[in-house]
Design a protein around this ligand. Structure first.
Ligand SMILES: C[S@@+](CC[C@H](N)C(=O)[O-])C[C@H]1O[C@@H](n2cnc3c(N)ncnc32)[C@H](O)[C@@H]1O
Length: 215
């Protein structure tokens, strides 16, 4: 990467001016050993949620609530975020962040459990947005489930799609990196999806489920 590109990237990540609610949620994330979304991804999530006019959202990997607060801030007052996490302490911290952000309790549904067990119980084609930010090993399943859960016109958002910047280096053959390469190919080649990679954070891969098969 050129020095200019690197400084543009750092400049863009430094632009969002996060408030106390997000800063406290970030602190709790680090205390719990959770990596929250970057400031650039956080801001993008709010914008994407706002432009989508989503009513129903699924998040896989609540963490301590940074991404959830950002998504909720883009959504309208009737919308509901369903968020899944296997760690009860993380979910407790996420609920604290939603409360501090002034989100009414009926706008969030926090589900404790492994995503592989929870996702199959959610209704087909009932969600406008799905955000994935959990374990890499589960990604192939989560992406398939997300495609099933999305309404036509709904959008999948996958965080860390470049696996901490490892995906682009063909010499790196780590399992998580290979999984992300494979998942990226699946999404790009999927006949029902149109996709784009936002190079913010470590890659935010976006894919919209088209109403009809296109390829
Ligand atoms: C990177 S953190 C999520 C950070 C969060 N999105 C944010 O920005 O604040 C990943 C989360 O996924 C959860 N997780 C890991 N494996 C999981 C699984 N199999 N099912 C559900 N949640 C899982 C972890 O407990 C952790 O809270």
């Amino acid at each position: 990467m050129s020095a200019d590109k690197q400084s543009s990237w750092s400049y863009a990540e430094g632009l969002p001016d996060e408030d106390e609610v997000l800063l406290r949620a970030r602190d709790r994330s680090y205390e719990l050993g959770v990596t929250p979304v970057s400031t650039g991804v956080a801001a993008a999530l709010t914008v994407l949620a706002a432009t989508s006019k989503a009513q129903t959202v699924v998040e896989i990997g609540a963490g301590a609530g940074v991404s959830g607060v950002c998504i909720l801030r883009g959504l309208g007052p009737q919308s509901v975020l369903t968020t899944i996490d296997s760690d009860v302490d993380h979910l407790r911290a996420a609920r604290e962040a939603y409360a501090e952000a002034g989100v009414p309790g009926n706008r969030t549904r926090t589900i404790s459990g492994r995503a592989a067990d929870v996702l199959p119980r959610l209704t087909d084609a009932a969600y406008d947005l799905v955000f994935i930010d959990a374990d890499k090993a589960g990604l192939p399943l989560y992406v398939n489930q997300a495609i099933r859960l999305l309404k036509p016109g709904g959008m999948l958002m996958l965080n860390d799609a470049m696996d901490q910047d490892r995906v682009a280096d063909p010499a790196i053959r780590e399992e998580s990196t290979n999984t992300l390469r494979q998942v990226g190919r699946t999404i790009r080649d999927h006949e029902q999806l149109v996709s784009a990679m936002l190079p913010t954070g470590h890659g935010l891969l976006l894919a919209v489920k088209m109403p009809a098969i296109r390829k």
